[in-house]
Design a protein around this ligand. Structure first.
Ligand SMILES: Nc1ncnc2c1ncn2[C@@H]1O[C@H](COP(=O)(O)OP(=O)(O)OP(=O)(O)O)[C@@H](O)[C@H]1O
Ligand SMILES: [Mg+2]
Length: 499
């Protein structure tokens, strides 16, 4: 029901009009003066105010002003006597809805009320529409924000590094995988660095050129290709890159590159290659060695016999002794090759690794090559027993220690440490020998790779190849780090779990 506030100081008029209005179906409130009218307006929020301009306490114009202050959209119909024309005009100026002159006919009153109420209804509808629209916009915004967040999340949590640039090269997206790969924090890069800074010189431009050409997956696309990136600390990183040019409103806006770290893959490939090389070389050389062994035994036996026969002919005997010595050496080498190739079943037992280390050292510390070398043992506390073939592991330790001694030439320090790291036991051999250049580290596990002069009877280049095979067969790993002129660290890792 529509509510009407009727403001008139004359009780008879109030009563009469109230009756008429109530008969028409309105809910009517009345006020006899200005202050009451404003109070009731505030309390009841009527749809329409019928306001007599000449009332006590406060004149009608002032009441209208106050009402409009409270609600600019309030519908106020002014009722005035004949003499109040100026006041009525003033009211219209202040946006009164209408004005009626006394005596007000029922017909005119109902007509103008109807018009005012229509305006009120319309205004309400518009308000509702606006509210609905606002809700819609808010909801759409939330959805949009969600979609945006979702996309952000995908980019941020991608396992591949994602880097986006604006035209010109400024980096604007750099996800956490990129942070991890390249060593920079987002804030060091975004809006600060140019894409050329994460590539070796000239590479960025070449990629851009290839992106634009049609030959690498289509125009504006570069399909998976191996390139290098430059880590914050200068190291080059092998990665696969896929890239695309990005457009905004049909105009080139920038590009996106997705990078996959290839370090682990390359490492595994190398290991595989090494194992294959080891196994095929092993088979081949074992065959040859076997063939050589038999005639060699013949040569050796007859050389011995002849040496005995000529024991009184000193010069011939000496020559024959040389044949015996050198042939014995060849036999040693052949035996080495056979040992390398032989696949003996392993005899694994649980043991403390330190016991086997000590056992190995016991054999060599008393040899002359160990004089002048300071031996430091730092065995970690509480390292559990692990399961391994102690004969084979002794061979590994021996090879590594002998290499260290060779590298130190009778002067320096050999530190041997053991420690537990997660589910591994690590055995570290650090020497202060001549070290190796980076380029050599890849080759030292190859069979027959040696820098030692084998005419002096040492160095076949099998020590590390054999050791590598043994450690791999224990599901372990050998890691080497070396600095020329400073020394070398070999680390053997063996798994704690039974195998
Ligand atoms: N601790 C080390 N310091 C410096 N160079 C090393 C060290 N260990 C190994 N090397 C290098 O690696 C090469 C290969 O070692 P590996 O033990 O396989 O063969 P070798 O010692 O030359 O011969 P072999 O062990 O068969 O007698 C060595 O010739 C040497 O140049
Ligand atoms: Mg060796």
């Amino acid at each position: 029901m529509n509510k009407i506030l009727l403001v008139d100081d004359e009780e008879s008029i109030r009563n009469m009009m109230r009756m008429t209005l109530e008969l028409d179906g309105y809910d009517v409130e009345t006020a006899a003066d200005g202050p009451i009218a404003i109070q009731k307006f505030q309390e009841q929020s009527p749809d329409v105010v019928l306001l007599d301009v000449r009332i006590p306490g406060m004149d009608g114009v002032e009441v209208l002003r106050r009402i409009k202050e409270l609600n600019h959209d309030a519908e106020v119909i002014i009722i005035s006597g004949h003499g109040d024309m100026e006041m009525a005009i003033e009211c219209l100026r202040m946006e009164a809805s209408n004005f009626l002159t006394k005596p007000v006919s029922e017909e005119i009153l109902s007509l103008s009320l109807k018009r005012s109420l229509e305006k009120v209804a319309l205004r309400r509808k518009v308000k509702q529409y606006t509210r609905d629209l606002e809700t819609l916009v808010r909801e759409a915004n939330v959805e949009l924000e969600k979609a945006y967040q979702f996309r952000e999340n995908i980019i941020e949590h991608s396992p591949d590094a994602i880097v986006c640039i604006r035209k010109g090269g400024m980096i604007i997206i750099f996800n956490s995988a990129a942070e991890k790969l390249l060593g920079y924090r987002k804030d060091e890069v975004i809006g600060v660095m140019n894409i050329v800074q994460i590539y070796p010189p000239g590479v960025a431009r070449k990629i851009m050129k290839d992106l634009k050409s049609n030959d690498f997956g289509g125009i504006d696309i570069l399909q998976k290709r191996q390139v290098s990136l430059v880590h914050k600390h200068g190291a080059e990183l092998p990665v696969y890159i896929s890239a695309a040019i990005l457009y905004e409103n049909g105009k080139e806006a920038g590009s996106v590159g997705i990078f996959t770290d290839l370090r682990e893959k390359i490492k595994l490939e190398k290991q595989l290659l090494r194992s294959e090389k080891l196994s095929s070389l092993g088979k081949l050389s074992a065959g040859i060695a076997h063939e050589i062994n038999q005639p060699l035994t013949g040569v050796l036996t007859f050389a011995h016999l002849l040496a005995k026969k000529f024991k009184n002919d000193e010069s011939t005997r000496k020559d024959l002794e040389i044949i015996v010595r050198e042939t014995t050496r060849i036999r040693g080498i052949v035996q080495g090759i056979l040992d390398f190739a032989r696949e003996m079943p392993m005899q694994k037992k649980p043991r403390k690794i330190e016991e086997v280390l000590d056992q190995t050292l016991e054999i060599i510390v008393h040899q002359q090559r160990f004089f002048g070398i300071q031996l430091v043992k730092e065995y970690g506390a509480n390292i559990p027993e692990i399961v391994f073939d102690s004969n084979l592991m002794e061979q590994v330790f021996m090879n590594i220690v002998l290499n260290a001694l060779d590298a130190m030439h009778g002067k320096g320090r050999l530190a041997i440490r053991t420690r537990r790291v997660d589910e591994w036991v690590e055995i570290e051999f650090e020497d202060t020998g001549l070290g190796m250049p980076e380029s050599m580290l890849d080759k030292i596990f190859d069979p027959f790779f040696t820098t030692k002069d084998s005419t002096e009877g040492m160095g076949m280049g099998l020590g590390l190849a054999v050791s590598y095979g043994i450690v791999k067969n224990h599901n372990g790993d050998i890691i080497v780090a070396s600095t020329e002129g400073v020394g070398t660290i070999f680390t053997i890792r063996l798994p704690l779990g039974n195998n």
